[in-house]
Design a protein around this ligand. Structure first.
Ligand code: ATP
Ligand code: MG
Length: 354
């Protein structure tokens, strides 16, 4: 049996601590399921690497990574290294280089105590946000005119190609059809009179091919309100790069915060590896203390297993996370418990393989 080849980029701060727990989960699965095997290679890239060598990754990084089935990333970031460098030279480089144009962010409440929203339960908050991950408002296009003059003008251009917009919308329709859920598009066609008019038009056009999928289209401002007041309105959600960035943080806010949020950067065609990562950063304030919460990183592992087509294991991991969240004592300090990172990781594995 061919092993799934996984490239590990543990990164900085708590990154290595949470990745270690995720890897243990994969190894435990391999141990009990003889039909599955994984191989791991660690790459020491990130901000510490940058401080030593003046670059975030090896020059040949993309070449070194391209034959892996998946990349498992911890976190990058370090006090003293500007965020835009760590983002641009590692995360964005991999996302763009490997055309990971789908950002998959589940926004699911795993335990009712985790939401600040009164009277909302697990069945009310259970959505999948699909964020465009390769162009749009974050394409980096624009111009700085008359710099330093009183006439100074700065242009930031959103880039919405037909190909780029169609493929993300189509991906979302497929996902909604497959999971038999509603599909909501979030945009701002009334104010962004080129880009989002185009987005809305394509959402409708492609919808003709999916008459079985129930659709909604909300303006981003209204959608932000509904995320908080009526999250039960949403099933699968598709949105642009900028709006996806923002609404998924609202999503994290209503489901228990950063220690729990996960995101996958997917290249659906599998021409290149996809990348799985917890949403949180390197959290230098708690790094090295064995105090961080590994659940977001372990949820990333569940997403990776789904992506490999090992959905039984993917769901099993998520189910165990739900169960563990019921037992407050077994959790890390951010969730009010007293366990260390490793203790919580071990507890999850124990429940998973029994
Ligand atoms: P970076 O610069 O890498 O983004 P950051 O400190 O700006 O790091 P995060 O690491 O994303 O931002 O998180 C902010 C705070 O949330 C952290 O300082 C930490 O206290 C808390 N936090 C984040 N992730 C976790 C986690 N997995 N477990 C416990 N607390 C966490
Ligand atoms: Mg940060």
């Amino acid at each position: 049996m061919k092993p799934y080849k996984i490239a590990l980029i543990p990164g900085d701060g708590i990154g290595p601590e949470v990745v270690a727990e995720g890897v243990k989960v994969l190894k435990a699965i391999e141990e009990v399921d003889k039909n599955i095997s994984f191989s791991f290679t660690t790459f020491p890239w990130g901000c510490e690497y940058y401080l030593k060598y003046g670059k975030m990754m090896d020059e040949k990084a993309l070449d070194l990574l391209k034959d892996y089935d998946a990349i498992y990333l911890g976190a990058v970031g370090y006090p003293g290294v500007p965020d835009h460098i760590s983002l641009r030279d590692l995360l964005i480089k991999i996302r763009r280089g490997f055309d990971q144009y789908v950002n998959l962010r589940p926004v699911s409440l795993l335990h009712p105590d985790l939401t600040p929203l009164k009277a909302k339960s697990e069945k009310d908050i259970d959505m999948l946000v699909i964020r465009e991950n390769s162009e749009g408002e974050y394409a980096g296009a624009g111009e700085w005119l008359f710099k330093g003059n009183p006439e100074e003008v700065v242009l930031q251009t959103g880039v919405f190609s037909r190909k780029g917009t169609e493929r993300i919308i189509r991906y979302a329709y497929e996902e909604a059809r497959k999971s038999n859920r509603t599909l909501t598009s979030i945009s701002k066609g009334n104010a962004l009179n080129y880009s989002h008019v185009f987005w809305d038009q394509l959402f409708e056009e492609i919808g003709m091919e999916y008459p079985d999928v129930e659709t909604y289209s909300y303006l981003v401002d209204a959608a932000s309100l509904y995320f908080v007041t009526q999250p039960e309105r949403f099933g699968v959600v598709v949105t642009s790069n900028l709006f996806g960035d923002i609404v998924t943080d609202i999503g994290a806010g209503i489901t228990g915060g950063l220690g729990l949020a996960t995101g996958a950067n997917i290249n659906p065609e599998k021409s290149y590896p996809s990348m799985f990562e917890p949403v949180h950063g390197s959290a230098p304030d708690i790094a090295g203390k064995g105090a961080c919460n590994p659940i977001a990183a372990i949820w990333s592992v569940s997403q990776m297993l789904d992506f490999f087509g090992l959905e039984d294991w993917g769901s099993a991991v998520l189910q165990v996370i739900r169960e563990v969240l019921k037992d407050k004592e077994s959790l890390t300090a951010d969730l009010g418990g007293r366990a260390t990172t490793e203790e919580l990781g071990e507890y999850i594995i124990e429940k998973l393989i029994k």
